[in-house]
Write a protein that binds this ligand. Structure first.
Ligand code: GDP
Ligand code: MG
Length: 437
């Protein structure tokens, strides 16, 4: 996939102390090939790699200490830029705010209508109404009602009426009467772009003049997604793109190309069939993912959520005073375990995902370490330097582990203490560099 290929392309540069102009050219060529393989439009891929090359040569990549790091950063920044820079919200200024869904059949409009209603209700305290304008298949109306029931949001439909424009208008009137401040209009799509569908969505659009028109597209459709986006944009001049099915075997090409072809922001992504599987689109996170750097931002956020700040402060004080001991180490392990499944967490660390592929890590990974620490006396835990050969032997026996393992743990502990000291001294960056190799 794209990640692997970009990874390979950038591998040439990662860790090289010295790189040449030829290396830069080779790498950018590989990056371009990877983008093309991911269904990125040829012209976009070419322009992209040219910009990367220019930047790389211009920013003295050749003389920096870590050219690989800088190169990865340049590629990442350019990818982020290409996908839209800062993330943009949804216009909710209307009363009610009318949001119109558009897109091909099967792209995920009905599912996303429900997800968005649920998101606006739970995260933005809105009171949405869903409107069923897919009049061609009775099942489509049923589907929206099922979705509405799941999230406890009312649905307006009219099975006697086969004019989507009239239904959309009636739905908005109903929202006004019932005090719904958001109206989400789900429409019919067809399997491919055709005139009838375009006329219909265009008629609805003209008649209701929505605050926000969203184009929903299946991210697995690659280059086709770009053509479809263009066709819909020509008719609707829509406000934003919704990329669905990013939970599947994503090629990522759609995200990269769409923004540059229609010049409209990607606003949300769909990552599953459930109503909760919706995320705000962050170009830089997507760039990280595409680059296989792991979702560092999410990892840090999750860590921040889970780590007890008070505990962290105590530990910091101890490190500062050189009093960090095995009891603290133990409590750190317990904190880490609270953060979730080890394999998931490791996967978020740059580079680790690959190194650990095939390895069976379970949540018991720390069991042996804990056993060893539990076999130390409180005094030994606070003063690890006291651990001489005979004490180590005793601890090994007590915990049922080998002396070798005790030694290994002491070494790890030592490294960890050093690393934490470094972070204290504003060396966080250094730590990140170590992690990403
Ligand atoms: P519509 O024809 O545009 O209304 O598309 P639907 O909302 O009916 O979705 C078509 C199919 O795609 C359904 O089976 C959905 O469950 C599925 N689907 C929609 N969004 C996602 C997503 O983000 N991830 C996954 N895996 N499936 C999705
Ligand atoms: Mg539908």
């Amino acid at each position: 996939n794209l990640s692997d290929k970009l990874d390979k392309a950038l591998h040439v540069l990662k860790g090289h102390g010295q790189i040449t102009e030829i290396n830069v050219a080779e790498t950018t060529k590989e990056v371009r090939r990877a983008l093309l393989d991911a269904d990125v439009n040829f012209k976009i891929a070419k322009e992209f790699t040219n910009r990367v090359k220019e930047k790389a040569l211009g920013q003295n990549v050749l003389t920096t200490l870590q050219p690989g790091q800088l190169m990865v950063k340049i590629v990442k920044d350019e990818l982020t830029e290409l996908m839209g820079g800062e993330s943009e919200g949804i216009n909710l200024s209307g009363n009610p705010s009318v949001i119109l869904m558009s897109g091909l059949q099967g792209s995920g409009k009905t599912t996303f209508s429900g997800k968005l209603a649920n998101f606006l209700k739970t995260k933005k305290s809105k009171n949405p109404l869903l409107v069923a304008c897919d009049v061609y298949r009775p099942a489509a109306i049923d589907q929206l009602h099922v979705v509405g029931e799941q999230i406890n949001v009312p649905v307006y439909s009219d099975r006697e009426n086969n004019d989507p424009v009239a239904i959309a208008k009636a739905g908005i009137a109903k929202a006004k009467a019932d005090g719904n401040n958001v109206v989400i209009i789900d429409t019919a799509g067809r399997l491919a772009v055709d005139e009838k569908m375009m006329n219909e969505i265009s008629d609805i659009h003209k008649a209701i003049n929505p605050q926000e028109t969203l184009f929903v597209v299946d991210s697995m459709t690659g280059q086709d997604a770009v053509n479809t986006a263009k066709a819909f944009n020509d008719v609707l001049n829509f406000d934003g793109v919704i990329l669905t099915k990013l939970d599947g075997d994503t090629r990522g090409g759609a995200a990269i190309s769409i923004k540059s072809v229609v010049n409209k922001p990607i606003k949300f992504i769909g990552t599953g069939e459930k109503m909760e599987a919706i995320d705000i689109f962050y170009p830089s996170r997507m760039a990280d993912r595409i680059l296989g750097m792991g979702d560092v931002v999410s990892l840090v956020e999750r860590a921040q959520e889970q780590f007890d700040e008070e505990e962290a402060r105590k530990i910091q004080k101890k490190i500062a005073k050189n009093k960090f001991g095995f009891d603290d180490f133990l409590s750190q392990i317990q904190q880490i375990k609270k953060m979730g499944n080890m394999k998931d967490l490791m996967g978020m660390i740059p580079g680790a995902g690959k190194a650990l592929k095939g390895l069976d890590i379970d949540d018991d990974a720390f069991k042996h370490i804990e056993a060893i620490i539990y076999s130390m006396t409180p005094d030994e835990r606070s003063n690890p330097s006291k651990l001489n050969a005979s004490r180590k032997k005793r601890i090994a026996k007590g915990s049922g582990r080998e002396v070798q393992e005790v030694n290994q743990l002491l070494k790890q502990f030592d490294q960890m203490s050093k690393m934490m000291k470094m972070m204290q001294g504003g060396g966080g960056k250094k730590m990140m560099q170590m992690m990403s190799g």
